[in-house]
Design a protein around this ligand. Structure first.
Ligand code: MG
Length: 392
């Protein structure tokens, strides 16, 4: 093969959410495979300094974006797009092959839809794209014939367990859940939990919102919804299982009752790399791979829906669809932010989500604009419900 052909084969990556936990680990994977990947564009929400460091570290970057308003039109020698449309501007102005969407929250839906409309495959770490806009994303996927590559340990595990098997033979998807940072506490011990305490996850080192979402099990509800859209499996064939060690990242049961599981250490770089390679294996330098020279144990318990009532909202969302998932996410995003700012207690997160969803103006077939409006209204509702004087 000629040198130029070799160079052409490098996959040009556009990384949205470059400064967060998944973004940082994606940079690591790209840096481990300089012959395979070329980072051409990066975007962040507000961390300008971190973004600048990334541009200095990867000299292949052609442009960058910062959602926070900025006067500068350049950062470290490359064009900088800023403001609400920054991500879309970046996607329109940089030639790339594969976008990695690691944006946190509802804000990730628009770039996901945009990438598919641009005819790209999508490596997706932004759960909200599917939780809020699953039907819209599926429609774009159908139109474009492109693929989604999940970056979530559970969905990557399921993807790996499906490999080489007939998807029509799937009996059940079994999504494992560690139980989160507060799993050793009973419900009546949860009320005076501080954000610092709730942010200490026993197994995974992740961003703030997802760590709180793991403690409430909202994250697991989101992952059930994600799995439904990613693998086309009906909600009644998806189960959650408590597995405190986070060694099995999820499982697939077939109709002969063989169960395939994917095991590994709690390192997000594998799911990231597996997505970047579009479902192929390659070397990953990992400091702490699973080591069977040490004693290991695997425990499983059925999901406890009384301890974790939010987990059940996955199936409620599955029943309702429409703008329900979007509202569920909006209520959670807002409530978690209020909790992290010490404006509400831990258990109020659940209470506000339930109350806000009771008051949802339901739309059966929402457009993207309907979802934006739902997102805005539900956040407003949660803020109002959080203020005791306006509680009625
Ligand atoms: Mg996960």
């Amino acid at each position: 093969m000629k040198q130029t052909d070799m160079e052409k084969k490098k996959k040009r990556i556009l990384l949205l959410g470059a400064t967060g936990s998944i973004g940082t680990q994606t940079l690591d994977v790209i840096a481990q495979h300089p012959d395979q990947f070329e980072l051409v564009g990066v975007a962040a929400n507000g961390s300008k300094d971190k973004l600048e460091q990334i541009i200095k570290r990867f000299d292949t970057i052609k442009a960058a974006a910062l959602v926070k308003e900025e006067k500068d039109r350049e950062l470290s020698g490359v064009p900088l797009y800023t403001g609400q449309k920054a991500l879309i501007d970046l996607m329109d102005h940089v030639d790339y092959d594969l976008p990695v969407n690691a944006v946190v929250g509802f804000a990730g839906l628009e770039p996901s839809l945009h990438a598919l409309r641009q005819g790209k495959d999508l490596a997706l770490a932004n759960k909200e794209s599917l939780v809020c806009g699953g039907d819209l994303v599926l429609k774009e996927l159908e139109k474009s014939g492109r693929h989604l590559y999940p970056i979530d340990s559970e969905h990557s595990a399921i993807w790996q367990c499906l490999s080489g098997n007939d998807p029509k033979r799937v009996e059940k998807l079994l999504i494992t859940a560690s139980g989160g940072s507060l799993r050793d506490l009973k419900r009546d011990e949860l009320d005076d939990i501080t954000p610092e305490r709730a942010l200490k996850h026993p197994n995974w080192n992740m961003g703030a919102r997802i760590t709180i979402d793991s403690a409430t099990m909202v994250n697991k509800a989101f992952e059930v919804i994600e799995a439904h859209y990613l693998f086309g499996v009906p909600f009644e064939k998806i189960e959650t299982v408590l597995h405190p060690q986070s060694i099995i990242h999820s499982m697939v049961e077939y109709d002969d009752h063989a169960i395939m599981a994917q095991l590994g250490s709690a390192d997000m770089r594998l799911p990231i790399q597996y997505a970047l390679f579009e479902g192929k294996r390659d070397v990953l330098k990992e400091e702490h791979p699973l080591d069977f020279h040490q004693a290991l144990s695997l425990e499983f318990r059925p999901m406890d829906f009384e301890r974790y009532p939010m987990a059940a909202f996955a199936w409620k969302t599955g029943e309702k669809k429409g703008n329900y998932g979007c509202a569920f996410n909006a209520a959670d995003e807002q409530a978690v932010s209020l909790f992290l700012n010490r404006q509400i207690s831990f258990l109020q997160i659940e209470e506000l989500i339930e109350r806000a969803l009771e008051q949802l103006d339901y739309i059966e077939h929402p457009t993207y604009e309907d979802l934006v409006e739902t997102d805005r209204r539900i956040r407003e509702k949660v803020r109002a419900l959080a203020r005791p004087d306006e509680n009625r």
